[in-house]
Design a protein around this ligand. Structure first.
Ligand code: ATP
Ligand code: MG
Length: 392
């Protein structure tokens, strides 16, 4: 009797020493969260493998898909679990190969068998198991199959442990570290391509996310806000739940627009955003801010402008896209599934108020002097107090 189970393989966690256990527990918790809607299951782990087994009704295909997005796993397979008995293993391998052939009607295919034996009391070694499985498969399907050990069309994998596992597919997962194992950061999330990717990259290293979105209604529409929440929802499939702070930013932005020299207004606005974001970050126990900035992408991201924006923050600002070209950010956005939402044509508050000729080499003293001409603090306080909080 075989039972279908999910196998998840860990990567960097395996290199952890004494605290490996706490990383594994975090990973198990995150996997559980990712598949909570897929039915009744239990999770266990031993050595470098996590196992998800059905306890009742369980949508294993969808669960495997969701688990592929959980940081900390290198790859995922759906396997048949059987007792560690050669005849059972061979029977199971034959069934899986039969499926492969049925899915490729009329085609001649090549294969090889690969085995890992963890159960040292098993009477055959890995090489003998592979050879025997290969022989049984060839005996059954020799007309349509041949062995190619260098470049086979598929591989029949067998793992012999207390129980044994047979599978033919290994899906790559995200790698990284389990979210929650490495503190919390606050992501400045616009509706663009870059910031969701930046959030994904930081979460990948085990960091939980809180997000802040500056919203200038009615200059930016309700649809623009929905788009940002949708992006947070997509990133949360990887990062786990994200608390999104929507900051009512219209009054502050209008004040900056009305009171600053236009060529300085963008960087002054970015500094104001950092001040508010840092307050939200601090109130949520975050130890860093995260943005999607990349050197030279726009006027507010020249080295000089980044210097001036940075100078207002006391927390580190992480910019994981800093050395990336747009094409690289787009490729990642496509891979993680945010791209199609990011390119929906709803305006961002940064772009609505962009001056015609922003200064690409702003001077920090000049900026600070310009900022003192109006008391933005009160407006920023009000914006901070009136944030709308949405759980994504
Ligand atoms: P993106 O594609 O991420 O929107 P961008 O190329 O449009 O980036 P900017 O608009 O200058 O560049 O924004 C740079 C960064 O500032 C963004 O990646 C994001 O982290 C942050 N940001 C911009 N607008 C907002 C906003 N309305 N709310 C929160 N953060 C924002
Ligand atoms: Mg933007």
């Amino acid at each position: 009797m075989s039972e279908r189970v999910i196998i998840g393989r860990i990567g960097e966690i395996a290199l952890k020493g004494l605290n490996r256990m706490s990383f594994e527990q975090k990973l198990a918790k995150n996997m559980k969260h990712a598949i909570k809607d897929c039915g009744d299951f239990k999770i266990s782990w031993s050595q470098s493998r996590f196992f998800v087994e059905a306890k009742g009704e369980f949508d294993i295909e969808r669960a495997a898909e969701n688990i592929c997005k959980v940081f900390g796993l290198v790859s995922v397979s759906i396997a048949d679990k059987i007792s560690s008995d050669f005849d059972e293993i061979a029977k199971c391998a034959v069934e899986q190969v039969r499926q492969k052939l049925e899915n490729n009607p009329g085609k001649k295919l090549t294969f090889k068998a690969e085995t890992k034996r963890g159960l040292k009391s098993f009477p055959m070694n890995s090489r003998e198991i592979s050879t025997e499985i290969g022989a049984v498969i060839l005996e059954k399907f020799g007309g349509r199959l041949s062995v190619d050990v260098h470049n086979p069309d598929f591989i029949v994998y067998t793992e012999v442990r207390e129980a044994s596992y047979v599978y033919t597919e290994i899906k790559p997962a995200q790698c990284g570290m389990p979210v929650g194992s490495n503190g919390k950061a606050c992501l400045l999330l616009s509706g663009g391509i870059d910031s969701p990717v930046a959030g994904y990259m930081i979460a990948k290293r085990g960091v939980s996310l809180v997000a802040v979105h500056f919203y200038s209604y009615p200059y930016t529409s309700e649809r623009a806000k929905e788009k940002v929440l949708e992006l947070a929802g997509i990133v949360s499939k990887y990062s786990g739940p994200i608390k999104v702070y929507v900051v009512p930013y219209t009054e502050t932005q209008l004040a900056i627009n009305d009171n600053c020299r236009p060529e300085l207004s963008t960087v002054i606005m970015r500094r104001s955003m950092m001040r508010i974001a840092e307050r939200i970050a601090r109130s949520n126990g975050c130890s860093a801010l995260v943005t999607g900035e990349s050197i030279g992408q726009v006027a507010s991201q020249t080295m000089h402008a980044l210097y001036c924006t940075n100078a207002v923050a006391t927390m580190p600002i992480f910019r994981p896209l800093i050395g990336m070209d747009k094409v690289e950010a787009v490729a990642l956005a496509r891979k993680i599934g945010t791209f199609e939402t990011s390119i929906l044509p709803y305006e961002d508050c940064c772009t609505v108020f962009t001056p015609k000729h922003p200064k690409t080499r702003p001077n920090i003293d000049e900026l600070i002097e310009e900022e003192t001409k109006y008391n933005y603090k009160e407006l920023e306080d009000t914006a901070f107090k009136n944030c709308e909080i949405i759980h994504c």
